[in-house]
Design a protein around this ligand. Structure first.
Ligand SMILES: *Cc1c(COP(=O)(O)O)cnc(C)c1O
Length: 385
């Protein structure tokens, strides 16, 4: 039987080949590899798509987080970096880049627990931390994990009440919405990733910062090109973190398909929701009311201790799975002594032990999805033994 990988980029390329080939050929002809015309065009189209004033292309989603944080530090403190006394509240149940960016911007990450129903940061945990530790927090980084919106109403209300900035980690959530508004445009800034497996992936690394505030965007742009308006007059300690022309060209070609691909992801997720209902040992994550998810991943919770067995069962039937994420950030060596932890973080730890992501390649055929749900049901009913 044909194997089903997590994502089949070759199939995607065949689907979009004409536009991508033409976009790359245009670059080969103009040879403007650094900040070529495609970069500005993509920034403009993305700003329009997201409904924000400014977009700044950078070299990766991780850099988008670091550069956005440092631009916010300039805007709010007039300083290039945060201080370790500045606390930024985020979730430990995320990709390492979220917490790493906080440290690289000079601040201290504070990990608070998730809502076990959604996997996203729990606004009640943020409030509890703030009540116990008034005045040290400067910002919040909600991560829209798997492409599912965090409760942005609760988070923005808290942020306004306490004078905190909000940087949305939208690496998995491009195209998602909260209350009819695109994610990345709700907080003070949003960070996007164009890593190949994200909702809009390029052919290497790439990222983008979205912001309404002109000063944040301007500082971010300067930081991304060695800290100055031009690279021979540096005013800040910057980076060489530009989005490549070639990547922007590929992204422009693929952007035309983004909404179609998100719709396909949602249809596949609906098939999973239906096909995986009421299975013993399996719990489905719930949707955040008010959010329109993008399903960068479709993730289920498997009864503790049985996850490997299910993954193996599927693997033997040619079906790939992945674990996002096996280790919470507060358990990683890199954060030891550098991050603060609020409470036990028991929900985050349990999620790390239970999550299993199933293939949600937008070009999966309904028959392939059915093969996967059937295989999961077969496992649950013990037919595999
Ligand atoms: C992928 C990802 C990032 C980092 O993006 P890169 O482009 O790989 O640097 C940050 N946060 C989350 C939640 C991600 O999934």
């Amino acid at each position: 039987m044909k194997p089903i990988p997590m994502i089949d980029l070759k199939r995607e390329y065949q689907y979009m080949k004409e536009g991508i080939d033409a976009a790359i050929a245009a670059c080969l002809n103009h040879q403007r590899w650094i900040r070529g015309p495609e970069v500005a065009e993509l920034e403009e189209r993305m700003a329009r798509y997201l409904g924000v004033e400014h977009c700044v292309g950078v070299a990766s989603g991780t850099d988008a987080l670091v550069v956005a944080l440092r631009a916010i530090a300039m805007r709010t403190k007039g300083k290039e970096y945060f201080d370790p006394a500045d606390e930024i509240i985020t979730t430990p149940f995320t990709f390492v880049a979220t917490g790493e960016a906080v440290l690289r911007a000079g601040a201290t990450p504070v990990f608070v627990d998730i809502d076990p129903r959604t996997g996203n940061i729990d606004p009640r945990a943020i409030r509890a931390y703030l009540d116990e530790n008034p005045s040290r927090a400067v910002g919040i980084i909600p991560v829209h994990l798997y492409g599912q919106a965090c409760d942005m109403e609760a988070i923005m209300t808290l942020a306004r009440e306490r004078g905190l900035f909000v940087l949305e980690d939208c690496a998995q959530a491009l195209g998602g919405e909260w209350s009819g508004k695109k994610l990345a445009g709700l907080g003070d800034a949003g960070a996007l990733s164009f890593f190949p497996s994200k909702n809009l992936g390029c052919y290497g690394d790439g990222g983008m910062i979205a912001a309404d505030d002109g000063e944040v965007a301007e500082v971010a742009r300067a930081l991304s090109q060695h800290g100055g308006k031009d690279k021979y007059r540096a005013e800040l300690v910057g980076y060489n973190s530009r989005l490549d022309t070639l990547q922007a060209a590929v992204l422009l070609a693929k952007l035309s398909y983004l909404e179609e691909m998100l719709e396909r992801r949602r249809k596949i997720a609906a098939l999973y929701d239906q096909g995986l209902q009421d299975i013993e040992g399996i719990t489905l994550l719930s949707h955040t009311e008010g959010g329109l998810p993008t399903y960068n991943q479709y993730t289920i919770l498997v009864e503790e201790g049985r996850r490997n067995e299910l993954a193996e069962h599927l693997w033997e039937r040619g079906i790939a799975t992945a674990i996002y994420y096996p280790v919470p950030l507060h358990r990683m060596e890199a954060f030891r002594g550098r991050a603060k932890v609020h409470g036990e973080l028991a929900h985050s730890e349990r999620a790390c032990a239970q999550v299993l992501s199933l293939p949600v390649d937008p070009l999966l055929e309904p028959g392939e999805v059915e093969r996967i749900t059937t295989a999961v049901r077969e496992w649950a009913s013990g037919k595999s033994q």
